[in-house]
Design a protein around this ligand. Structure first.
Ligand code: 6YU
Length: 502
Protein backbone atom coordinates (compact mmCIF):
# COMPACT_ATOMS: atom_id res chain seq x y z
CA UNK A 1 0.00 0.00 0.00
CA UNK A 2 1.34 3.46 -0.85
CA UNK A 3 0.16 6.39 1.27
CA UNK A 4 0.24 9.78 -0.39
CA UNK A 5 -0.63 12.00 2.53
CA UNK A 6 0.54 15.58 2.78
CA UNK A 7 1.27 15.53 6.51
CA UNK A 8 4.27 17.70 7.35
CA UNK A 9 6.82 15.61 9.22
CA UNK A 10 10.01 17.08 10.65
CA UNK A 11 12.79 14.83 11.92
CA UNK A 12 15.29 16.39 14.34
CA UNK A 13 18.74 14.84 13.88
CA UNK A 14 20.45 13.17 10.92
CA UNK A 15 21.99 10.18 12.66
CA UNK A 16 21.05 6.65 11.63
CA UNK A 17 17.67 6.78 13.43
CA UNK A 18 16.66 10.02 11.69
CA UNK A 19 17.82 8.80 8.29
CA UNK A 20 16.03 5.45 8.79
CA UNK A 21 12.77 7.20 9.75
CA UNK A 22 12.93 9.49 6.71
CA UNK A 23 13.75 6.56 4.40
CA UNK A 24 10.73 4.59 5.62
CA UNK A 25 8.34 7.56 5.43
CA UNK A 26 9.43 8.63 1.95
CA UNK A 27 9.13 5.06 0.69
CA UNK A 28 5.60 4.93 2.12
CA UNK A 29 4.65 7.96 0.04
CA UNK A 30 4.91 10.86 2.49
CA UNK A 31 5.88 13.92 0.48
CA UNK A 32 6.64 16.48 3.14
CA UNK A 33 9.40 14.95 5.17
CA UNK A 34 12.48 16.91 6.16
CA UNK A 35 15.41 16.38 8.47
CA UNK A 36 16.88 19.28 10.45
CA UNK A 37 20.43 18.59 11.57
CA UNK A 38 22.45 20.76 13.95
CA UNK A 39 25.85 20.04 12.42
CA UNK A 40 27.21 20.32 8.89
CA UNK A 41 27.29 16.53 8.42
CA UNK A 42 25.05 13.47 8.54
CA UNK A 43 25.75 10.31 10.54
CA UNK A 44 25.83 11.63 14.13
CA UNK A 45 27.66 9.00 16.17
CA UNK A 46 28.51 7.14 12.97
CA UNK A 47 31.62 9.10 12.06
CA UNK A 48 34.38 7.87 9.80
CA UNK A 49 37.66 9.81 9.88
CA UNK A 50 41.27 9.53 8.74
CA UNK A 51 44.57 9.02 10.46
CA UNK A 52 47.15 9.71 7.78
CA UNK A 53 46.04 7.59 4.81
CA UNK A 54 43.98 5.22 6.94
CA UNK A 55 40.26 5.10 7.52
CA UNK A 56 39.31 5.03 11.20
CA UNK A 57 35.98 5.00 13.01
CA UNK A 58 35.67 7.85 15.51
CA UNK A 59 32.23 6.65 16.58
CA UNK A 60 30.54 3.28 16.00
CA UNK A 61 33.00 0.56 15.05
CA UNK A 62 31.31 -2.76 14.53
CA UNK A 63 28.07 -4.27 13.39
CA UNK A 64 27.24 -5.99 16.68
CA UNK A 65 25.84 -9.43 15.81
CA UNK A 66 25.97 -9.40 12.00
CA UNK A 67 23.28 -11.95 11.11
CA UNK A 68 19.85 -12.05 9.42
CA UNK A 69 18.08 -10.56 12.42
CA UNK A 70 20.26 -7.44 12.28
CA UNK A 71 18.91 -4.75 9.90
CA UNK A 72 22.29 -2.99 9.70
CA UNK A 73 23.85 -6.23 8.48
CA UNK A 74 21.10 -6.75 5.91
CA UNK A 75 21.44 -3.20 4.55
CA UNK A 76 25.25 -3.33 4.51
CA UNK A 77 25.07 -6.59 2.58
CA UNK A 78 22.51 -5.14 0.15
CA UNK A 79 24.73 -2.10 -0.50
CA UNK A 80 27.84 -4.29 -0.92
CA UNK A 81 29.66 -2.68 2.01
CA UNK A 82 31.06 -5.80 3.72
CA UNK A 83 34.06 -8.08 3.29
CA UNK A 84 33.20 -11.57 1.94
CA UNK A 85 34.27 -13.09 5.27
CA UNK A 86 31.49 -11.26 7.13
CA UNK A 87 28.91 -12.69 4.75
CA UNK A 88 29.73 -16.36 5.35
CA UNK A 89 27.09 -18.47 7.13
CA UNK A 90 29.75 -19.45 9.73
CA UNK A 91 30.36 -15.81 10.63
CA UNK A 92 26.65 -15.24 11.07
CA UNK A 93 26.07 -18.20 13.36
CA UNK A 94 28.91 -17.67 15.85
CA UNK A 95 27.30 -16.57 19.12
CA UNK A 96 29.69 -14.77 21.45
CA UNK A 97 26.98 -13.22 23.63
CA UNK A 98 28.16 -9.70 22.91
CA UNK A 99 31.82 -10.24 23.89
CA UNK A 100 34.49 -10.80 21.28
CA UNK A 101 36.81 -13.81 21.45
CA UNK A 102 39.98 -11.83 20.73
CA UNK A 103 43.57 -13.18 20.82
CA UNK A 104 45.01 -11.38 23.86
CA UNK A 105 48.39 -10.09 24.93
CA UNK A 106 48.61 -9.27 28.64
CA UNK A 107 51.13 -6.70 29.87
CA UNK A 108 51.72 -5.55 33.43
CA UNK A 109 52.78 -2.23 34.93
CA UNK A 110 56.21 -3.67 35.74
CA UNK A 111 56.78 -4.53 32.10
CA UNK A 112 56.04 -8.27 32.36
CA UNK A 113 54.17 -10.27 29.75
CA UNK A 114 51.71 -12.77 31.23
CA UNK A 115 50.28 -15.96 29.76
CA UNK A 116 46.56 -16.34 29.16
CA UNK A 117 46.50 -19.10 31.80
CA UNK A 118 47.72 -16.58 34.40
CA UNK A 119 44.60 -14.51 34.05
CA UNK A 120 42.13 -17.18 32.97
CA UNK A 121 40.63 -18.00 36.42
CA UNK A 122 39.80 -14.33 36.99
CA UNK A 123 38.42 -13.82 33.47
CA UNK A 124 36.30 -16.94 33.82
CA UNK A 125 34.91 -15.79 37.18
CA UNK A 126 34.23 -12.30 35.80
CA UNK A 127 32.35 -13.61 32.75
CA UNK A 128 30.38 -16.02 34.92
CA UNK A 129 29.30 -13.10 37.11
CA UNK A 130 28.36 -10.95 34.11
CA UNK A 131 26.11 -13.76 32.87
CA UNK A 132 24.55 -14.20 36.30
CA UNK A 133 24.13 -10.44 36.61
CA UNK A 134 22.16 -10.40 33.37
CA UNK A 135 19.61 -12.88 34.77
CA UNK A 136 18.27 -10.80 37.62
CA UNK A 137 15.69 -8.92 35.59
CA UNK A 138 13.86 -12.11 34.82
CA UNK A 139 14.00 -13.29 38.45
CA UNK A 140 13.37 -10.00 40.28
CA UNK A 141 14.79 -8.97 43.67
CA UNK A 142 18.44 -8.33 42.86
CA UNK A 143 20.84 -8.45 45.84
CA UNK A 144 22.79 -5.30 44.92
CA UNK A 145 21.82 -2.05 43.22
CA UNK A 146 24.70 -2.02 40.76
CA UNK A 147 26.63 -4.47 38.60
CA UNK A 148 29.89 -3.18 40.14
CA UNK A 149 28.76 -3.89 43.71
CA UNK A 150 27.51 -7.33 42.71
CA UNK A 151 30.75 -8.29 40.97
CA UNK A 152 33.04 -7.02 43.73
CA UNK A 153 31.14 -8.69 46.54
CA UNK A 154 30.78 -11.99 44.67
CA UNK A 155 34.46 -12.05 43.71
CA UNK A 156 35.40 -11.60 47.39
CA UNK A 157 33.06 -14.40 48.36
CA UNK A 158 33.97 -16.83 45.59
CA UNK A 159 37.70 -16.11 45.73
CA UNK A 160 37.73 -17.01 49.44
CA UNK A 161 36.36 -20.40 48.45
CA UNK A 162 37.74 -21.15 44.96
CA UNK A 163 41.16 -19.53 45.31
CA UNK A 164 41.81 -20.46 48.93
CA UNK A 165 44.86 -22.53 48.01
CA UNK A 166 46.56 -19.95 45.79
CA UNK A 167 49.35 -17.76 47.18
CA UNK A 168 48.75 -14.10 48.05
CA UNK A 169 50.59 -12.74 45.01
CA UNK A 170 48.52 -14.82 42.58
CA UNK A 171 45.31 -13.85 44.32
CA UNK A 172 46.30 -10.18 44.19
CA UNK A 173 47.08 -10.44 40.47
CA UNK A 174 43.71 -12.02 39.80
CA UNK A 175 42.00 -9.14 41.58
CA UNK A 176 43.98 -6.74 39.38
CA UNK A 177 42.55 -8.63 36.41
CA UNK A 178 39.05 -8.02 37.79
CA UNK A 179 39.82 -4.26 37.98
CA UNK A 180 40.93 -4.36 34.35
CA UNK A 181 37.79 -6.24 33.30
CA UNK A 182 35.62 -3.73 35.16
CA UNK A 183 37.29 -0.89 33.24
CA UNK A 184 36.71 -2.73 29.96
CA UNK A 185 33.07 -3.29 30.88
CA UNK A 186 32.76 0.48 31.51
CA UNK A 187 33.80 1.02 27.87
CA UNK A 188 31.34 -1.58 26.68
CA UNK A 189 28.50 -0.02 28.67
CA UNK A 190 29.59 3.57 28.15
CA UNK A 191 29.51 4.18 31.92
CA UNK A 192 31.88 5.97 34.28
CA UNK A 193 31.87 3.01 36.67
CA UNK A 194 30.08 -0.31 36.81
CA UNK A 195 28.83 0.95 40.18
CA UNK A 196 26.51 3.18 38.17
CA UNK A 197 25.08 0.41 35.99
CA UNK A 198 21.86 -1.02 37.45
CA UNK A 199 21.91 -4.73 38.23
CA UNK A 200 18.16 -5.23 37.85
CA UNK A 201 18.08 -3.93 34.28
CA UNK A 202 21.48 -5.25 33.15
CA UNK A 203 19.88 -8.19 31.37
CA UNK A 204 17.56 -6.02 29.30
CA UNK A 205 20.32 -5.61 26.70
CA UNK A 206 20.24 -8.39 24.12
CA UNK A 207 22.95 -9.45 21.73
CA UNK A 208 22.49 -11.00 18.31
CA UNK A 209 24.43 -13.93 16.84
CA UNK A 210 27.32 -13.28 14.45
CA UNK A 211 30.96 -12.34 14.85
CA UNK A 212 31.16 -8.52 14.94
CA UNK A 213 32.45 -7.06 11.68
CA UNK A 214 33.50 -3.65 10.40
CA UNK A 215 32.89 -1.64 7.22
CA UNK A 216 36.09 -1.76 5.11
CA UNK A 217 35.17 1.54 3.43
CA UNK A 218 33.89 3.16 6.64
CA UNK A 219 30.61 3.00 8.61
CA UNK A 220 29.46 6.26 7.00
CA UNK A 221 28.94 4.28 3.77
CA UNK A 222 25.70 3.03 5.31
CA UNK A 223 24.41 6.57 5.87
CA UNK A 224 25.52 7.73 2.40
CA UNK A 225 23.73 4.84 0.67
CA UNK A 226 20.49 5.43 2.56
CA UNK A 227 20.60 9.18 1.91
CA UNK A 228 21.28 8.64 -1.80
CA UNK A 229 17.84 7.03 -2.03
CA UNK A 230 16.10 10.10 -0.59
CA UNK A 231 15.09 13.28 -2.48
CA UNK A 232 17.93 15.79 -2.57
CA UNK A 233 17.43 18.70 -0.23
CA UNK A 234 15.53 16.60 2.32
CA UNK A 235 18.22 17.31 4.92
CA UNK A 236 18.89 20.85 6.11
CA UNK A 237 22.34 21.03 7.72
CA UNK A 238 23.65 23.47 10.32
CA UNK A 239 20.09 23.98 11.56
CA UNK A 240 20.02 23.33 15.33
CA UNK A 241 16.57 23.11 16.89
CA UNK A 242 16.09 25.25 19.96
CA UNK A 243 12.52 24.38 20.92
CA UNK A 244 9.71 22.04 19.96
CA UNK A 245 6.44 23.78 20.77
CA UNK A 246 3.73 21.15 20.82
CA UNK A 247 0.01 21.16 21.65
CA UNK A 248 -0.33 24.37 19.70
CA UNK A 249 -3.99 25.20 20.16
CA UNK A 250 -4.19 28.02 17.62
CA UNK A 251 -7.07 27.33 15.29
CA UNK A 252 -6.10 26.34 11.72
CA UNK A 253 -2.44 26.05 12.67
CA UNK A 254 -0.31 22.89 12.78
CA UNK A 255 -0.07 21.34 16.24
CA UNK A 256 3.73 21.56 16.35
CA UNK A 257 5.94 24.57 15.82
CA UNK A 258 9.69 24.10 15.75
CA UNK A 259 12.01 26.97 16.57
CA UNK A 260 15.49 26.90 15.13
CA UNK A 261 18.53 28.55 16.69
CA UNK A 262 18.63 30.98 13.81
CA UNK A 263 15.12 32.18 14.75
CA UNK A 264 13.34 30.39 11.91
CA UNK A 265 9.97 28.81 12.82
CA UNK A 266 8.78 25.68 11.09
CA UNK A 267 5.30 24.26 11.56
CA UNK A 268 4.56 20.56 11.35
CA UNK A 269 1.96 17.90 12.01
CA UNK A 270 4.53 15.59 13.56
CA UNK A 271 8.10 15.84 14.76
CA UNK A 272 10.35 12.85 15.34
CA UNK A 273 13.00 13.81 17.90
CA UNK A 274 16.18 11.72 17.60
CA UNK A 275 18.62 13.80 19.66
CA UNK A 276 20.95 11.73 21.90
CA UNK A 277 19.98 11.04 25.53
CA UNK A 278 23.03 13.07 26.65
CA UNK A 279 21.63 16.10 24.83
CA UNK A 280 18.14 15.48 26.23
CA UNK A 281 19.45 15.26 29.80
CA UNK A 282 21.11 18.65 29.43
CA UNK A 283 18.57 20.55 27.33
CA UNK A 284 15.13 18.97 27.85
CA UNK A 285 13.70 21.98 29.66
CA UNK A 286 14.54 24.38 26.83
CA UNK A 287 13.79 21.85 24.09
CA UNK A 288 10.11 21.21 24.86
CA UNK A 289 7.25 23.57 25.41
CA UNK A 290 5.08 22.56 27.23
CA UNK A 291 7.65 20.58 29.26
CA UNK A 292 7.89 16.81 29.09
CA UNK A 293 5.54 14.86 31.38
CA UNK A 294 7.18 13.96 34.69
CA UNK A 295 7.32 10.20 34.13
CA UNK A 296 9.24 10.73 30.87
CA UNK A 297 11.56 13.21 32.52
CA UNK A 298 12.31 10.83 35.39
CA UNK A 299 13.23 8.08 32.93
CA UNK A 300 15.54 10.48 31.07
CA UNK A 301 17.23 11.18 34.41
CA UNK A 302 17.40 7.53 35.56
CA UNK A 303 18.85 6.16 32.34
CA UNK A 304 22.59 6.53 32.12
CA UNK A 305 24.57 8.22 29.34
CA UNK A 306 28.32 8.09 29.80
CA UNK A 307 31.48 8.55 27.79
CA UNK A 308 33.57 5.99 25.95
CA UNK A 309 36.41 7.42 23.89
CA UNK A 310 39.00 5.97 21.55
CA UNK A 311 42.64 6.97 21.24
CA UNK A 312 44.09 5.79 17.93
CA UNK A 313 47.86 5.43 18.01
CA UNK A 314 49.86 4.81 14.83
CA UNK A 315 53.39 3.31 14.78
CA UNK A 316 56.01 2.92 12.07
CA UNK A 317 56.24 -0.77 12.90
CA UNK A 318 54.34 -3.10 15.23
CA UNK A 319 55.72 -3.95 18.69
CA UNK A 320 52.99 -6.52 19.35
CA UNK A 321 52.70 -10.14 18.10
CA UNK A 322 51.26 -10.65 14.63
CA UNK A 323 48.34 -12.74 15.96
CA UNK A 324 47.51 -10.34 18.80
CA UNK A 325 44.06 -8.70 18.62
CA UNK A 326 43.81 -7.07 22.04
CA UNK A 327 46.39 -5.81 24.55
CA UNK A 328 45.32 -5.70 28.22
CA UNK A 329 47.19 -3.38 30.58
CA UNK A 330 47.22 -4.71 34.16
CA UNK A 331 48.20 -2.35 36.96
CA UNK A 332 49.75 -4.56 39.62
CA UNK A 333 48.67 -2.25 42.46
CA UNK A 334 44.96 -2.37 41.59
CA UNK A 335 43.85 -5.40 43.55
CA UNK A 336 41.11 -3.35 45.25
CA UNK A 337 38.92 -4.08 42.22
CA UNK A 338 38.08 -0.47 41.43
CA UNK A 339 37.21 0.86 38.01
CA UNK A 340 37.64 4.54 38.93
CA UNK A 341 40.71 6.68 39.28
CA UNK A 342 40.33 8.67 42.55
CA UNK A 343 42.16 11.84 41.47
CA UNK A 344 41.11 12.21 37.88
CA UNK A 345 43.61 14.90 36.94
CA UNK A 346 46.85 13.00 37.44
CA UNK A 347 46.71 9.34 36.54
CA UNK A 348 43.70 9.56 34.18
CA UNK A 349 45.52 7.21 31.82
CA UNK A 350 45.05 4.36 34.32
CA UNK A 351 41.44 4.13 33.22
CA UNK A 352 42.52 3.08 29.71
CA UNK A 353 42.03 -0.69 29.99
CA UNK A 354 43.97 -1.61 26.86
CA UNK A 355 44.23 -1.44 23.09
CA UNK A 356 42.55 -3.32 20.28
CA UNK A 357 44.68 -3.90 17.19
CA UNK A 358 43.08 -2.31 14.12
CA UNK A 359 43.06 -5.14 11.57
CA UNK A 360 43.83 -6.18 8.89
CA UNK A 361 47.31 -4.66 8.93
CA UNK A 362 47.52 -4.65 5.09
CA UNK A 363 44.56 -2.26 5.06
CA UNK A 364 45.21 -0.09 8.09
CA UNK A 365 48.93 -0.21 8.79
CA UNK A 366 50.14 -0.40 12.38
CA UNK A 367 47.37 1.19 14.40
CA UNK A 368 46.19 0.47 17.93
CA UNK A 369 42.94 1.75 19.35
CA UNK A 370 43.01 2.58 23.07
CA UNK A 371 39.69 2.52 24.96
CA UNK A 372 38.89 4.79 27.88
CA UNK A 373 35.54 5.42 29.56
CA UNK A 374 34.15 7.65 32.29
CA UNK A 375 35.14 10.97 33.82
CA UNK A 376 38.82 10.19 33.21
CA UNK A 377 37.94 10.00 29.52
CA UNK A 378 36.08 13.31 29.73
CA UNK A 379 39.15 14.87 31.36
CA UNK A 380 41.37 13.43 28.63
CA UNK A 381 39.28 15.36 26.09
CA UNK A 382 40.37 18.65 27.67
CA UNK A 383 44.09 17.93 27.22
CA UNK A 384 46.13 18.94 24.20
CA UNK A 385 47.03 16.28 21.64
CA UNK A 386 50.67 16.59 22.78
CA UNK A 387 49.72 15.87 26.39
CA UNK A 388 47.67 12.83 25.39
CA UNK A 389 50.50 11.61 23.14
CA UNK A 390 52.96 12.02 26.00
CA UNK A 391 50.81 10.04 28.47
CA UNK A 392 50.13 7.26 25.96
CA UNK A 393 53.81 7.00 25.05
CA UNK A 394 54.85 6.77 28.71
CA UNK A 395 52.17 4.15 29.31
CA UNK A 396 53.28 1.95 26.43
CA UNK A 397 56.97 2.29 27.34
CA UNK A 398 56.22 1.29 30.93
CA UNK A 399 54.08 -1.74 30.06
CA UNK A 400 56.42 -3.04 27.36
CA UNK A 401 59.61 -2.20 29.26
CA UNK A 402 60.85 -0.64 26.02
CA UNK A 403 61.86 3.03 26.47
CA UNK A 404 62.24 3.72 22.75
CA UNK A 405 58.74 3.01 21.45
CA UNK A 406 57.42 6.23 19.90
CA UNK A 407 54.05 6.68 18.17
CA UNK A 408 54.03 8.33 14.76
CA UNK A 409 50.75 10.15 15.47
CA UNK A 410 47.55 9.88 17.46
CA UNK A 411 43.90 10.85 17.09
CA UNK A 412 41.34 10.73 19.89
CA UNK A 413 37.58 11.08 19.95
CA UNK A 414 35.95 13.76 22.12
CA UNK A 415 32.34 12.67 22.48
CA UNK A 416 31.66 14.31 25.83
CA UNK A 417 32.48 17.77 24.54
CA UNK A 418 30.49 17.30 21.34
CA UNK A 419 27.69 19.79 22.08
CA UNK A 420 25.09 17.77 20.13
CA UNK A 421 25.85 14.42 21.76
CA UNK A 422 27.26 15.14 25.27
CA UNK A 423 28.70 11.63 25.71
CA UNK A 424 28.77 8.32 23.88
CA UNK A 425 25.76 6.06 24.43
CA UNK A 426 23.18 4.98 26.95
CA UNK A 427 23.00 2.30 29.62
CA UNK A 428 20.49 1.35 32.28
CA UNK A 429 21.48 3.13 35.47
CA UNK A 430 20.71 2.06 39.04
CA UNK A 431 16.98 1.68 39.63
CA UNK A 432 16.16 1.50 35.91
CA UNK A 433 13.62 -0.92 34.55
CA UNK A 434 11.99 -1.81 31.26
CA UNK A 435 9.38 0.86 32.03
CA UNK A 436 12.02 3.59 31.61
CA UNK A 437 12.76 2.48 28.06
CA UNK A 438 9.00 2.32 27.37
CA UNK A 439 8.64 5.87 28.72
CA UNK A 440 11.49 7.03 26.46
CA UNK A 441 9.68 5.87 23.32
CA UNK A 442 6.19 7.06 24.32
CA UNK A 443 4.86 9.73 21.91
CA UNK A 444 3.26 12.99 23.00
CA UNK A 445 0.59 13.78 23.88
CA UNK A 446 0.32 10.68 26.04
CA UNK A 447 -2.63 8.31 25.79
CA UNK A 448 -5.96 9.66 26.99
CA UNK A 449 -5.38 13.23 25.76
CA UNK A 450 -8.02 14.81 23.54
CA UNK A 451 -5.35 16.71 21.56
CA UNK A 452 -4.17 15.65 18.11
CA UNK A 453 -2.23 12.40 18.57
CA UNK A 454 1.40 11.69 17.66
CA UNK A 455 2.62 15.28 17.69
CA UNK A 456 6.05 14.44 19.10
CA UNK A 457 7.61 11.02 18.53
CA UNK A 458 10.89 9.78 19.96
CA UNK A 459 13.54 7.70 18.22
CA UNK A 460 17.28 7.14 18.75
CA UNK A 461 19.34 4.41 20.38
CA UNK A 462 18.22 5.26 23.94
CA UNK A 463 14.61 4.47 23.02
CA UNK A 464 15.16 0.84 22.02
CA UNK A 465 13.98 -1.66 24.64
CA UNK A 466 16.82 -4.17 24.19
CA UNK A 467 19.32 -2.93 21.56
CA UNK A 468 19.98 0.48 23.16
CA UNK A 469 23.55 1.77 22.65
CA UNK A 470 23.86 0.25 19.17
CA UNK A 471 23.48 1.30 15.54
CA UNK A 472 20.98 -1.46 14.79
CA UNK A 473 18.93 -0.42 17.84
CA UNK A 474 18.91 3.21 16.64
CA UNK A 475 17.94 2.21 13.11
CA UNK A 476 15.06 0.08 14.35
CA UNK A 477 13.69 2.98 16.42
CA UNK A 478 13.63 5.19 13.31
CA UNK A 479 11.64 2.54 11.45
CA UNK A 480 9.39 2.03 14.49
CA UNK A 481 8.38 5.70 14.66
CA UNK A 482 7.91 5.92 10.90
CA UNK A 483 5.68 2.84 11.08
CA UNK A 484 3.73 4.43 13.91
CA UNK A 485 2.85 7.33 11.60
CA UNK A 486 2.24 5.08 8.62
CA UNK A 487 -0.24 2.94 10.53
CA UNK A 488 -1.86 6.06 12.00
CA UNK A 489 -2.57 7.39 8.52
CA UNK A 490 -3.54 3.95 7.24
CA UNK A 491 -6.14 3.70 9.97
CA UNK A 492 -7.66 7.12 9.25
CA UNK A 493 -7.78 6.36 5.48
CA UNK A 494 -5.05 7.15 2.94
CA UNK A 495 -6.96 9.96 1.24
CA UNK A 496 -7.94 11.81 4.42
CA UNK A 497 -5.72 14.82 5.15
CA UNK A 498 -4.33 15.26 8.67
CA UNK A 499 -6.69 16.84 11.21
CA UNK A 500 -4.86 20.15 11.39
CA UNK A 501 -5.53 20.82 7.71
CA UNK A 502 -9.31 20.42 8.11
C1 6YU B 1 27.31 -0.11 17.35
C2 6YU B 1 29.67 -0.05 17.72
N1 6YU B 1 30.54 1.72 19.20
C3 6YU B 1 31.62 3.81 19.85
C4 6YU B 1 31.54 5.16 20.16
C5 6YU B 1 30.27 5.81 20.11
C6 6YU B 1 29.13 5.09 19.80
N2 6YU B 1 28.08 2.96 19.15
P1 6YU B 1 23.00 10.11 16.69
O1 6YU B 1 23.70 10.75 17.82
O2 6YU B 1 23.83 9.37 15.72
O3 6YU B 1 22.15 11.19 15.88
C7 6YU B 1 21.51 12.25 16.51
C8 6YU B 1 21.69 13.51 15.66
O4 6YU B 1 20.97 14.59 16.28
C9 6YU B 1 23.15 13.98 15.57
O5 6YU B 1 23.52 14.10 14.22
C10 6YU B 1 23.13 15.36 16.26
O6 6YU B 1 24.03 16.29 15.69
C11 6YU B 1 21.69 15.78 16.07
N3 6YU B 1 21.22 16.79 17.02
C12 6YU B 1 21.43 16.85 18.36
N4 6YU B 1 20.83 17.92 18.90
C13 6YU B 1 20.20 18.55 17.87
C14 6YU B 1 19.40 19.72 17.79
N5 6YU B 1 19.10 20.49 18.85
N6 6YU B 1 18.92 20.10 16.58
C15 6YU B 1 19.18 19.37 15.48
N7 6YU B 1 19.95 18.24 15.50
C16 6YU B 1 20.44 17.84 16.69
N8 6YU B 1 27.15 1.06 18.05
O7 6YU B 1 26.34 -0.70 16.87
N9 6YU B 1 28.57 -0.61 17.18
O8 6YU B 1 30.76 -0.55 17.52
C17 6YU B 1 29.48 1.12 18.49
C18 6YU B 1 30.47 3.10 19.52
C19 6YU B 1 32.76 5.88 20.53
C20 6YU B 1 30.16 7.27 20.39
C21 6YU B 1 29.22 3.70 19.50
C22 6YU B 1 28.23 1.71 18.58
C23 6YU B 1 26.75 3.54 19.33
C24 6YU B 1 26.13 4.07 18.02
O9 6YU B 1 27.04 4.91 17.38
C25 6YU B 1 24.87 4.83 18.35
O10 6YU B 1 24.00 4.02 19.12
C26 6YU B 1 24.07 5.28 17.10
O11 6YU B 1 24.91 5.73 16.07
C27 6YU B 1 23.11 6.37 17.54
O12 6YU B 1 22.30 6.81 16.46
P2 6YU B 1 21.14 7.87 16.74
O13 6YU B 1 20.49 8.16 15.46
O14 6YU B 1 20.32 7.37 17.86
O15 6YU B 1 21.88 9.16 17.33
C28 6YU B 1 25.36 -5.84 28.76
C29 6YU B 1 25.31 -4.70 28.10
C30 6YU B 1 25.93 -3.76 27.49
C31 6YU B 1 25.20 -2.78 26.68
N10 6YU B 1 26.04 -2.12 25.73
C32 6YU B 1 26.48 -2.94 24.66
C33 6YU B 1 27.58 -2.35 23.91
C34 6YU B 1 27.19 -1.84 22.59
C35 6YU B 1 27.74 -0.49 22.28
N11 6YU B 1 29.06 -0.62 21.77
C36 6YU B 1 29.71 0.36 21.42
C37 6YU B 1 30.92 0.18 20.92
C38 6YU B 1 31.38 0.90 19.99
C39 6YU B 1 32.80 0.77 19.88
Amino acid sequence: MVLRVDAKIVIVGCGISGVAAAHRLVNAGFQHVRILEATARSGGRIKTGRLGDNIIEIGANWIHGPSEGNPVFRLARQYGLLDPEALTPENQTIDVGGHLPWVPSILTSSGQKLNTEDIYPAVEMFNELLNEGANFHSQGGEPWASVGDFIRSEVQKRAAEKWKDVDAATKSLRQCVISNMLKMECCFNGSHSMDEVGLGAFGLYESLPGLDCTFPGGYEGLIKNLLSELPSGLVTYSRPIRCVNWNNTEKRGNPVMIECDAGEKISADHVIVTVPLGYLKKHHSALFHPPLPLHKLHSIQRLGFGTNNKIFVEFDSPWWDAACEIIYLLWEDEDVMLDQVPDVQRPWIRKLFGFTVVKPTERYGHILCGWIAGHESEYMETLSEQEVTHSVTQLIRRFTGNPTITPRRILRSQWFHDPWTCGSYSYCGKGCSFQDLENMMEPLPTKGSQAQPLQVLFAGEATHPCYYSTVHGALLTGWREADRLISHYSSISPSEPPKSKL
